[in-house]
Design a protein around this ligand. Structure first.
Ligand SMILES: Nc1ncnc2c1ncn2[C@@H]1O[C@H](COP(=O)(O)OP(=O)(O)O)[C@@H](O)[C@H]1O
Ligand SMILES: O=C(CO)[C@@H](O)[C@H](O)COP(=O)(O)O
Length: 483
């Protein structure tokens, strides 16, 4: 019975799970932290992967490995395969001006946005790789001149696991390619003309693999603990597409992930093209599509609130549940890292409705939880406006470990949420993809998620109504720069 491994190289950490390919049973797991910051030397991901593999007891017995990773990050390589500069991550907003330029150059306003939505499924925002390449070309021309290839975090880790053979060996998948801004989910082809439009020329890009197409073999000597025979490498994918695989999202399922990013997405049979730019029309990891809304501010809003109140995350949840729904009118607009949806990269957060009554730790904790959930509820509305049906909402990500998030979510979203047991669903999705590669077949193996709990409560529309008024009032960051 083959054993497989899945990797989640996400913003805050690297997680590795080892599972039985046929049943999906969890055998071992490990994790290691990533450095903070919105630009990171990919070498740090490589050492974290080594540490996470080690913590998972090594991968010597695995037949296949797939890597899922944070989407969009710009990894630039020179002719020799060396990294040209630290990767700019999905949550680095310095390319906001470049995003605006790309829309303007395509006709500006509604026409410019429609051009991009039709071409690649998404309207450029600072998160997307194409805008980061434009920023690089404008601001660091000497480094830009050295770029021979551009790839994404999961592509780079997969390539390193294969021994970093040469640039021609770089591989990606539909899911992650769809977040670059120069690959079309609709046609399944690169738009190298748009890559050139953004960057000024056409560096090498990874070949895009099908959902269960192997990306090569692990080279056993590149990290301690790898299989001596060289396991098969799966194509990997972006972390949200992997989460969809990990929870087994099907028709009518909306996944709501509260990690560093907040994401709301569903698996669809047809590509999305939202000219407002709210819904990104990504591809998934099974050959279908993944319309998705992403906020920059999710679990870290909880971290920040807990730090302000000098409590831990469990105490924060207790405080939030001690305050009434709506926090007596205290509203947190949680733009702590600027915001992507709505597109407000220079914004800072705000607290509205402070009174003597609401100036308590419990009110602040409640406002933090409600604020991040309101932003995601707006995303859920946008997704349904694009045609998604909502049979159930599946809540995952580190933030789903908060009992306050789980209990307040149905009040804010207006629908019950189902919460799988705490786990690493992105790494699980990658492992399920690896199992698909190892076992073959037309679909991934049918793994089940046991122990899902449902949280239901009466909707409290007043929370969203007050948030909708409050979110229009914020200041730009004092350190805001959009290049
Ligand atoms: N018990 C908890 N309550 C609330 N949040 C939690 C808890 N445990 C972890 N988290 C949150 O999980 C976040 C990390 O989530 P994760 O999904 O692993 O992020 P990413 O995939 O972006 O690296 C942290 O910012 C932390 O706030
Ligand atoms: O940019 C997006 C989605 O478009 C983010 O969802 C990143 O993929 C990072 O994910 P996490 O590390 O927060 O899981």
């Amino acid at each position: 019975m083959p054993i497989v491994a899945g990797v989640d190289s996400s913003t805050q950490s690297c997680k590795v799970v080892v599972r039985d390919a046929e049943t999906g049973a969890l055998l071992r797991q490990g994790r290691a932290p990533h450095p903070d910051g919105t630009e990171v030397d990919p070498a740090a991901w490589w050492s974290a992967l080594g540490a996470a593999v080690d913590a998972a007891g090594g991968l010597a017995d695995v037949a296949a490995v797939s890597v899922a990773g944070q989407q969009h990050g710009m990894v630039c390589l020179d002719e020799a395969g060396e990294v040209v500069r630290p990767a700019l991550l999905w949550n680095d907003t310095r390319s906001a001006g470049a995003a605006a330029e790309l829309v303007e150059e395509a006709g500006g306003g509604e026409a410019g946005r429609r051009f991009w939505a039709d071409a690649v499924g998404s309207v450029p925002v600072a998160s997307f790789t194409a805008t980061k390449l434009r920023w690089l070309a404008r601001h660091e021309p000497e480094r830009a001149a050295r770029v021979a290839a551009v790839c994404l975090p999961h592509d780079w880790l997969t390539w390193r696991l294969a021994g970093a053979p040469d640039l021609a060996a770089l591989r990606t998948d539909r899911g992650d390619a769809s977040g670059t801004g120069y690959w079309s989910p609709g046609t399944g082809d690169y738009r190298l003309d748009l890559l050139e439009r953004a960057f000024g020329r056409r560096p090498h890009v990874p070949a895009v693999l099908g959902p269960a197409e192997p990306a090569g073999h692990v080279r056993p000597d590149v990290l301690p603990g790898l299989p001596a025979g060289g396991a098969v490498l799966g194509p990997g994918t972006g972390d949200n597409a992997a989460a969809a695989l990990g929870v087994g999202a099907g028709p009518g399922d909306v996944v709501l992930s509260i990690g560093t990013s907040g994401t709301v997405f569903s698996v669809a049979d047809a590509p999305a093209a939202d000219p407002s730019g709210t819904v990104a029309g990504f591809a998934d990891a099974t050959g279908r599509f993944l319309p998705l809304v992403c906020t920059l501010n999710a679990a870290r809003v909880l971290d920040a609130a807990a730090a302000m109140l000098r409590v831990d995350l469990d105490e924060l949840a207790g405080l939030a549940l001690a305050a009434p729904a709506g926090a007596d009118g205290l509203v947190m607009v949680p733009y702590l890292e600027g915001e992507r949806t709505p597109d407000r990269p220079l914004a800072s957060g705000a607290l509205h409705g402070l009174t003597l009554r609401t100036s308590t730790a419990a009110h602040l904790a409640r406002a933090a939880v409600e604020g991040l959930l309101c932003a995601l509820a707006d995303g859920l509305d946008a997704l349904t406006a694009q045609g998604a049906t909502v049979r159930r909402v599946i809540l995952v990500g580190g933030g789903a470990r908060s009992v306050a998030v789980r209990r307040i979510a149905p009040q804010v979203l207006g629908v019950p949420v189902v919460v799988p047991p705490p786990g690493e669903y992105v790494a699980d999705g990658a492992a399920r993809q690896a199992a698909w590669v190892a076992l073959g077949g037309a679909a991934p193996p049918a793994w089940s998620v046991a122990g899902t709990e449902e949280y239901a409560d009466a909707p409290v529309p007043a929370v969203r109504e007050r948030y909708a008024a409050a979110r229009e009032h914020f200041l730009d960051r004092v350190d805001a720069v959009a290049g």
